[in-house]
Design a binder for this molecule. Structure first.
Ligand code: THU
Length: 302
């Protein structure tokens, strides 16, 4: 699916590619065999509020608005009436126009924070929701609502985004946050970026990246960046850490294993990396990675 972006803000490439993957999956799930496109405007709350007031007579900001090009007869969607969509063929784009999507980045940020997941996950969800509307899905009545939710669920799980209840953090979210953290790595010496997302028992997530130094030895790893942020903010119990790298699996180094074991000897350790074969995820535990960790127990020896 071609997305015609109209952005008010610069957005990270990883977020845009996540949205693109979700859009492609949407068309595929609906079974549309010909090229389609949609325009996607990302703006702030003031603009979406003005659009909501002008088009829906609702004078408040919202997360997403959808303007379908086809007026779908009740009970039909693009998959069951592809002919209606074919009429929207645009020669310049060489694709059929589904309609316009408007998303408020202010709402994306607020909702991602509220649900404890990444911007990319929230933005991809809102885009899928809106594209479903453009294809004729609706949620006014209970049965159509169920159909729309099931469709959204199939699309999102097809691109590795699972439904999350408020307060529960999925592994997928933690991995995505680690990838986000990796983009902030300061690694001009090794050119090896690492990102980490550490999940505290109270539900808070602390992100870290590797921060190198011209002295080399003063470099701090991503895992310890996340851990020092967490402990200095009062978190001392942790259930999982996700670590993101590129081209090879970024299992934590020995110092980081020892450092983390001080607080969470039973920590789950998830690593993700991408290479030409795709995106990989592996899981272990700190107990497995660092048996016999050093501990000062009881009496000292001098
Ligand atoms: N690095 C980490 O961030 N975590 C590890 O567990 C191993 C290594 C970083 C440190 C340095 O900036 C770069 O990777 C190359 O060693």
């Amino acid at each position: 699916m071609k997305l015609e972006w109209n952005l008010d803000f610069p957005l990270e490439a990883s977020l845009l590619s996540r949205m693109q993957a979700a859009a492609d999956k949407t068309l595929q799930e609906e079974g549309i065999p010909f090229p389609c496109y949609a325009s996607v405007r990302i703006c702030g709350d003031p603009e979406i509020r003005a659009l909501n007031a002008a088009w829906r007579k609702q004078d408040h900001a919202t997360d997403v608005l959808s303007f379908p090009s086809v007026s779908w007869p009740k009970g039909t969607t693009a998959g069951s009436r592809p002919g209606l969509l074919r009429r929207e063929y645009d020669g310049e784009m060489d694709a059929c126009f589904l309609g316009d999507v408007v998303i408020s980045l202010d709402h994306v940020k607020a909702q991602a924070a509220e649900y404890g997941h990444s911007l990319a996950r929230e933005a991809a969800y809102l885009l899928v929701h809106s594209l479903c509307h453009l294809m004729g899905y609706d949620h006014m009545e209970e049965d159509e609502k169920r159909t729309m939710r099931e469709m959204e669920e199939r699309i999102l799980s097809g691109v590795g985004i699972s439904r999350e209840e408020k307060g529960s953090i999925s592994d997928e979210t933690l991995l995505e946050l680690a990838r986000e953290a990796m983009t902030r790595s300061y690694s001009p010496y090794s050119h090896f970026a690492v990102g980490a997302a550490l999940l505290a028992a109270d539900g808070r997530i602390f992100l870290g990246c590797n921060i190198e130094n011209s002295s080399y030895g003063a470099t701090i790893c991503a895992e310890r960046t996340a851990a020092v942020k967490a402990v200095s903010e009062g978190a001392r119990e942790f259930s999982a850490i996700a670590i993101a790298t590129r081209n090879l699996a970024g299992w934590p180094c020995g110092i980081c294993r020892q450092f983390l074991s001080e607080f969470a000897p039973d920590l789950r350790v998830l690593v993700t990396w991408d290479d030409p074969d795709g995106i990989h995820v592996e899981e272990s535990t700190l107990q497995t990675l660092l048996p016999h960790q050093f501990e000062l127990k009881g009496s000292q020896n001098v």
